[in-house]
Design a protein around this ligand. Structure first.
Ligand SMILES: [Zn+2]
Length: 296
């Protein structure tokens, strides 16, 4: 995945609060009512820290002026996105939202931008206080995507994914898929709190994977708002493989096999590795969100 070196990045779409500490209190996302809602609606993994044996680790960091808002200081151009991980996230967020903005307009609708919040350790959200251990998620209460970059290390070390640059892009695009669902009114379908291979929760997750694929289809042709040229200039087969690899790594069957030693489809919330790859591929091949009807 390569970005146009000369494109300006729009850092206003990413809030960088890494290194700041929020006042204590118990983490509620991943446990409790708010956590349940967030778990079902937004979490990429749908598994809490205890089940995974992950911890958010360490004692955390303290806020300092110099560590705040690195993204705003350092991520100016596509060239920065080609060299720094956090700037790459900014560029992917820009590309994903440019695409959906244009697609909604084409359909006579209005896309509302959603910010991505980069945090470390824990964060207070409208869906409750979350720790990094819950993985990236979308919170419908404040319409923001929450991401701790340390998660991508876990994708490699704990989940056995290649975790390449496009694996990260897939994760971001999946979360924005939930935002698209939120705007279209389909996200609430997962609120019946049932689980299982045929549950609405799984269908909502697979649709978000499909939407990630739809964006990927258009990623190298969507004009960037600053230059009029695509922000992403190249996406290779190897990149797409990285995305598919990540999609499989976070399949419910893979996660269950890895962390509980057996597969229990009745407790699935996100779909199997094969399903997740299939729906990403469906969206990627056609580039048409109308083909993402996982509810059919
Ligand atoms: Zn999801």
């Amino acid at each position: 995945m390569q970005f146009d070196d000369d494109a300006d990045l729009d850092t206003s779409e990413v809030q960088d609060v890494r290194g700041s500490r929020i006042p204590g209190g118990k983490a509620t996302v991943g446990g409790g009512i708010a956590g349940l809602v967030a778990l079902i609606l937004g979490l990429l993994f749908g598994v809490g820290p205890d089940q995974l044996g992950l911890s958010s680790g360490g004692s955390g960091t303290t806020a300092t002026a110099s560590s705040a808002a690195q993204v705003q200081q350092s991520c100016r151009t596509g060239q920065d996105a080609n060299t720094r991980e956090d700037c790459r996230i900014v560029a992917v967020v820009n590309s994903v939202q440019d695409y959906w903005g244009q697609e909604f307009r084409r359909r006579g609708g209005t896309y509302t931008d959603a910010s991505t919040v980069l945090f470390t350790d824990r964060i207070a959200t409208a869906c409750g206080t979350a720790t990094s251990a819950v993985g990236p998620f979308y919170c419908p209460g404040d319409r923001k995507v929450y991401l701790d970059l340390g998660f991508f290390d876990e994708l490699r070390t704990e989940f056995g994914s290649s975790g390449g640059p496009f694996a990260q892009a897939y994760v971001v695009a999946h979360e924005y898929g939930h935002h698209v669902q939120d705007l279209m009114g389909t996200l609430s379908r997962s609120q019946d709190s049932r689980t299982g291979a045929n549950s609405n929760a799984v269908k909502v997750e697979l649709q978000a994977d499909c939407y990630a694929g739809v964006w990927a289809h258009h990623a190298t042709t969507t004009p960037d708002e600053s230059t009029g040229r695509p922000l992403i200039t190249s996406l290779t087969r190897a990149d797409i493989r990285d995305g598919l690899d990540a999609a499989a790594a976070v399949g419910d069957d893979r996660i269950q096999e890895r962390f509980q030693g057996r597969v229990t489809p009745e407790s699935w919330t996100h779909g199997s590795a094969v399903q997740r790859q299939q729906w990403f591929t469906t969206g990627f091949r056609s580039g048409d969100m109308a083909d993402c009807n996982t509810f059919r």
